[in-house]
Design a protein around this ligand. Structure first.
Ligand code: OGA
Ligand code: NI
Length: 422
């Protein structure tokens, strides 16, 4: 018979535990510091009423959405159009699923993140050093007919209720994507036309009560790797969002969803909209269930900043990549606070010119391109903020050798120091 410590799922380990096992304890410097978390109300995390999104209030609602995406990366929505019964049904099903006997639940268990349907624990149990106080069932859910046959059959109404919910949430996601496209000044269909065949994943997160919540996380600070997340949570608080260096608790409001910008939206918006760090903490007394829907591109979709948002003043911050490339990176590197997006930013060099006594940041790939094309590259185009005060406007152009040695093509030999910047 398996002892508590060898159980695969946390829910089966927790009964009888009165201390957090060592493998869940975070180092001192990386604990939730629960006493320093700020409370939120509807004004901290904007609560946007979607009633009238297709009526005369559309422009105003889109303005509110745009402001929230830019400033907060998170907002709450009410009057979202998903019937209460559908929401209640999926919450009930999730609760029933996690209360099934262990042997029944374990039929869905896998520690392989590439599986499209799986029950697992923590985040990526095979690769991480410290575990998280969470079990989760993860499902791919678009197109429904491709994945539904993999889903659990117990509770018996699981597929029906979850399928209904997924269809409704997808409709909502598409409406939000249209609104977000418009809020960026792009054509209404822009985002949805650039996601390949689209994808939709869902998690049912189960956070058991925890005897020492100050030592561990349900989920540590992370950004979501997808496009937008639509989160349903029960009435137990746990979600926290980072704002101005402080963690803010997002307390549940009945009949609302929480929407947050994911990494792909940050890329498409060329950094105008932010994929914000958030985390889930646990508590001593009550289990908590949350159900995020991760709306995403399909694996082959090519993601990059929208052309309409790029100009001389706003050069592309990211290179393009396929969603598949990004997705694997996200799951394999472990849940880390520094955003996975860093790897997709254009590498930059800081160039210090002795002659001009100032430094410039230049996109390496652009310079390569310029070099290959034997074009000259005006410094004024490529330097990024903070703009150096140009003591003399460089009339000369930059030329670049393969070894990244840069010299100004001026009459006087100007020595230039180059160091990798990011
Ligand atoms: C997630 C997530 C928050 C929560 O699953 O990515 O951020 O409250 N969940 O469960
Ligand atoms: Ni998240």
């Amino acid at each position: 018979m398996a002892t508590a410590a060898t159980k695969l799922l946390l829910i089966d380990r927790v009964p009888g535990i009165n201390r957090v096992p060592n493998s869940y304890i975070r180092p001192q410097a990386d604990r939730p510091n629960l006493t320093e978390v700020e409370a939120s109300d509807a004004s901290t995390i904007p609560l946007i009423d979607l009633q009238g999104l297709f009526g005369p209030n559309r422009d105003d609602i889109i303005r509110q959405i745009g402001k929230a995406c830019q400033r907060d990366g998170f907002f709450q929505i009410k009057n979202h159009g998903i019937p209460e019964e559908v929401v209640q049904a999926i919450m009930n099903i999730a609760g029933e699923f996690f209360r099934l006997p262990e042997s029944e639940r374990l039929k869905n268990y896998s520690d392989d993140p590439s599986k499209s349907t799986r029950l697992s624990t923590s985040f990526n149990i095979k690769t991480e050093k410290v575990s998280n106080w969470r079990d989760f069932l993860r499902l791919h859910c678009y197109p429904l007919e491709e994945y539904m046959h993999e889903w659990p059959t117990n509770p018996p109404s699981f597929r029906k209720e979850v399928g209904e919910y997924c269809t409704r949430v997808r409709e909502l996601a598409l409406k939000l994507l249209e609104a977000i496209s418009e809020s960026l000044g792009l054509e209404r269909e822009y985002i949805s036309k650039n996601l390949g065949k689209h994808g939709q994943h869902m998690a049912m997160n189960y956070y058991p009560p925890c005897p020492q919540p100050e030592l561990t996380y349900g989920l540590p600070g992370h950004t979501d790797q997808n496009l937008i997340t639509i989160l349903l949570q029960d009435e137990v608080p746990g979600l926290q969002v980072l704002r101005d260096g402080k963690w803010i608790a997002v307390n549940p409001i009945p009949n609302t969803f929480i929407v947050n910008i994911g990494d792909q939206m940050q890329v498409i918006s060329n950094d105008k909209y932010k994929s914000i760090l958030h985390r889930a903490v646990v508590n001593c007394d009550r289990e908590r269930i949350s159900i995020p829907t991760f709306y995403c591109p399909s694996p082959e979709a090519l993601i990059g900043p929208a052309q309409g948002l790029i100009d001389h003043e706003h050069p592309a911050v990211y290179r393009s990549f396929t969603y598949e490339e990004y997705y694997h990176k996200f799951w394999n590197r472990g849940l880390r606070t520094e955003c996975c997006l860093t790897c997709s930013r254009y590498p930059r060099l800081r160039i210090y010119s002795k002659l001009r006594s100032c430094s410039f940041c230049v996109d390496v790939e652009k310079m390569r391109l310029f070099h290959i094309n034997k074009l000259s590259c005006q410094l004024s185009l490529t330097c990024s903020p903070p703009h150096p005060p140009p003591p003399r406007r460089p009339s000369s152009s930059l030329s670049l050798s393969e070894s990244f040695f840069i010299a100004f093509t001026s009459k006087r030999k100007d020595s230039t120091k180059i160091s990798p910047f990011s």
